[in-house]
Design a protein around this ligand. Structure first.
Ligand SMILES: OC[C@@H]1[C@H](O)[C@H](O)[C@@H](O)CN1C(=S)Nc1ccc(F)cc1
Length: 400
């Protein structure tokens, strides 16, 4: 959607995968869906170096609402969990240089049974969110039929625009009409939404992550061209820092989300994040690749018999990102290949290994290389030309 927002994929934090629909603030005050949770996360983003790296959206998901709309027919937060109201929470978040996201559902009820936005409520809900100071809307699609969705998603796009407040618009529409390009017009999605969920919800497991990566790669011929500045495919939240991934698997998600130009929206507990997860999520070069201004989504290039896959994303200044992903579960695999095979003239390129920080030259003679990739893990390279190296070294230095 070309309204100046999200020229690069959004970055931030979203409650859903980690905190779900925990509304028991009596027995679980630390983790329930309420203003304290979002204030805590805003504090962490502002104080632990996240904001400086670009993680700016704090996004409320399902289960924030009161079961009743107010007398004017407006949505309202559950008062016992959001006693200060959304405008006050928005001010708290804005005061920290962050942005607020919220959730609504095109349908009679949200997926968890809270008040939905039926066609007659679209304008009033858009106006309400704008009046509250909301900066981002995730519009889900439970409890509606294809006709209502076909009418509702474009109508909400217009309604948000009509408020005069710039708001990012995330559409879940493709998920509800079968995800596949045969029944989703991804070009149209790019005209009405800034990003869109294509596929099933992510769960906290390597299996879930693998199936999402597999689906996006198998459908890349239709999905990749649909992406660009202001229009992003959304393979769902970053689950790094939760319980289901090893360090290698966490690196794999960060690497693939960087290649796919995916939103970097974490769903974890920033109040207790292990140092390995934090290092992966705060990896400057992985973030720089994800946020590359050309906004070209990458592709899977090779699927080898050895179950090694090679992904490639073209970047600015004739640089590239390369990811070698192992789908093996047995042991590290020594993968031999040559940049030449990856359509490279072996000019004066340099290679920076994103997760180890090492740099090596690609000289005319050494187009052959071999990397050792852990099971379910990745090796990620940033390949760049000499004139690019100044910017790279700066990034490298800060990385220390
Ligand atoms: O209720 C909200 C929740 C999250 O927002 C997800 O990101 C959305 O994709 C939808 N959603 C859920 S759990 N959706 C859902 C997923 C599976 C199911 F059987 C019934 C509903």
């Amino acid at each position: 959607l070309d309204n100046g927002l999200l020229k690069t994929p959004p970055m931030g934090w979203m409650a859903w995968e980690r905190f779900r629909c925990d509304i028991d603030c009596k027995d679980d005050p630390e983790n329930c869906i309420g203003e304290n949770l979002f204030r805590d996360m805003a504090d962490r983003l502002a104080e632990d170096g996240w904001k400086e790296l670009g993680y700016e959206y704090v996004i409320i998901d399902d289960c924030w609402m009161s079961m009743l709309r107010d007398k004017q027919g407006r949505l309202q937060p559950e008062p016992s969990r959001f006693p200060g109201g959304i405008p006050k929470l928005a001010r708290y978040i804005h005061d920290r240089g962050l942005k607020l996201g919220i959730y609504a559902d095109m349908g009679t009820y949200t997926c968890m049974g809270f008040p939905g936005t039926t066609l007659d409520k679209i304008e009033i809900d858009a106006m309400t969110f704008a009046s509250w100071g909301v900066d981002y809307l995730k519009f889900d699609g439970c409890n509606s039929n294809p006709v209502e969705q076909m009418l509702g998603y474009p109508r909400m796009s217009k309604a948000l625009n009509a408020t005069g407040r710039p708001m990012a618009y995330s559409c879940s529409w493709p998920v509800y009409v079968g995800s596949l390009p045969t029944n989703v017009n991804y070009t149209f999605m790019g005209e009405i939404c800034h990003l869109w969920r294509n596929y099933y919800d992510i769960e906290d497991s390597w299996d879930s992550l693998q199936s999402i990566i597999e689906w996006f790669s198998n459908n890349q011929d239709d999905l990749q061209p649909a992406a660009g500045p202001g229009r992003w495919n959304d393979p769902d939240m970053l689950i790094i820092g939760n319980f289901g991934l090893s360090v290698d698997e966490a690196r794999s998600q960060m690497a693939l989300w960087a290649i796919m130009a995916a939103p970097l929206i974490m769903s974890n507990d920033l109040r207790n994040l292990d140092s390995r997860s934090r290092a992966i999520l705060q990896n400057k070069v992985a973030i720089a690749i994800n946020q590359d201004p050309m906004g070209i989504q990458g592709r899977r290039l090779l699927q080898e018999k050895s179950r090694i896959e090679v992904y490639w994303r073209p970047l600015s200044h004739s640089a590239s990102a390369l990811v070698f992903l192992s789908r093996r579960t047995d042991m590290p695999y020594r993968y031999r290949n040559s940049l030449a095979k990856l359509n490279y003239d072996t000019g004066n390129y340099k290679v920076y290994d994103v997760f180890t920080g090492s740099t090596m030259k690609v000289l005319n003679t050494t187009t052959e290389f071999s990397v050792s990739i852990n099971p379910s893990g990745v090796v990620m390279w940033y390949v760049y030309t000499e004139q690019q190296s100044k910017q790279m070294e700066i990034l490298h230095y800060q990385q220390k």
